[in-house]
Design a protein around this ligand. Structure first.
Ligand SMILES: C[S@@+](CC[C@H](N)C(=O)[O-])C[C@H]1O[C@@H](n2cnc3c(N)ncnc32)[C@H](O)[C@@H]1O
Length: 312
């Protein structure tokens, strides 16, 4: 809650320094950092901006449409705008941010966390955190405050087609509402035919939900975190295929996705529904898959074809 000056209460967000020296907040509610402890800035660049090919797009386009799901401190958008305007200072960005808590971006600004980015980006995001709507030569932006399960329907109903979507909720077991098949189906409707969706998560439940939403998925490099992230597109051409270990993961009970039929259920309800479905499932137990991949053989065979281990 803001204090009497309109600023977020200073104790609400505890600062932590990540491995690349950049700072982030710790969420008491979700009991986790807002970014990877391997590096908040590195994560924004490597897991979101590079995966959605914003530099390439900026070089050839006069407009880019971007949706940032779980805007938070604004790092992913700050990294995106920095890249786009470095390459093409005139590129007009149509930007939509979804965030439940308007205090998060305001607290980041109050703690000077946007200072490392260029002045144009910092000023744009400072104005955005307070006005929540901007209409300028190089950016048209709307920060939609509320549960992303509801705000995404505004974008879907407007038939918005984004070139890039950043999907950055807290981890699936802690925030399952934003990883369900139903939510990701709304998100997929907002992705342009040549658009890229990026997320840090490599969870089988997330990947299978993206597939259930009709998208093709690929792996993204394990920079920053010790696991790969996921890219999703309508057209698989530019995707890096999953390795065999990850493909097999999609045939285990871990790949049973979260379900949220009306988009209104609590996190507990989603977790229980998934656990019940896993208990009834005839898919391979995830513990068996884990055991199989713990000690990879140097050489294995599939259908008589010799393969080098694809273990990461
Ligand atoms: C992992 S942090 C995102 C970090 C952010 N992308 C950044 O670069 O700073 C997750 C964010 O999701 C927000 N959030 C949690 N539940 C939400 C919901 N149901 N709808 C929208 N945002 C939500 C939290 O307030 C938090 O800011």
């Amino acid at each position: 809650m803001p204090d009497s000056t309109g600023q977020p209460h200073p104790d609400r967000f505890r600062l932590e320094t990540t491995a690349d020296g950049s700072q982030t907040f710790f969420s008491d509610e979700f009991n986790q950092l807002f970014h990877s402890h391997f590096g908040a800035h590195q994560e924004a660049d490597a897991k979101f901006v590079q995966v959605t090919r914003l530099a390439e797009r900026a070089a050839h386009r006069s407009q880019i449409t971007l949706i940032d799901i779980c805007y938070g401190l604004g790092y992913n958008t700050a990294a995106a705008l920095t890249t786009i305007w470095h390459i093409n200072p005139q590129c007009r960005v149509h930007w939509y941010g979804l965030e439940a808590d308007r205090d998060v971006p305001r607290a980041a600004i109050a703690a000077n966390l946007l200072n490392p980015w260029p002045e144009t980006v910092r000023q744009t995001l400072t104005d955005l955190a307070h006005a929540e709507t901007l209409d300028r030569d190089i950016i048209q932006a709307r920060l939609l405050i509320g549960d992303a399960r509801q705000t995404i329907t505004q974008l879907r109903d407007a038939n918005l087609q984004a070139d890039a979507i950043f999907l950055d909720p807290f981890a699936p077991p802690d925030c399952p509402q934003l990883w369900s098949v139903e939510f990701l189906t709304h998100v997929a409707h907002c992705l342009a035919p040549d658009g890229d969706l990026a997320t840090y998560s490599c969870a089988a439940a997330v990947r299978s939900a993206l597939i259930a939403a009709g998208l093709h998925i690929g792996s993204t490099p394990p920079i920053g975190r010790n696991t790969h992230g996921t890219a999703a597109r309508w057209n698989p051409d530019t995707l890096t295929p999953l390795d065999r270990r990850a493909r097999e993961h999609l045939h285990t009970r871990a790949a049973i996705p979260y379900r949220d039929p009306d988009g209104t259920d609590s996190a507990d309800t989603l977790r229980t529904r998934r656990r019940d479905e896993q208990a009834r499932s005839t898919l391979e137990a995830t513990t068996r898959w884990k055991k199989r991949w713990r000690q990879p053989p140097a050489i294995s065979t599939v259908d008589g074809v010799e393969l080098k281990s694809e273990m990461n």
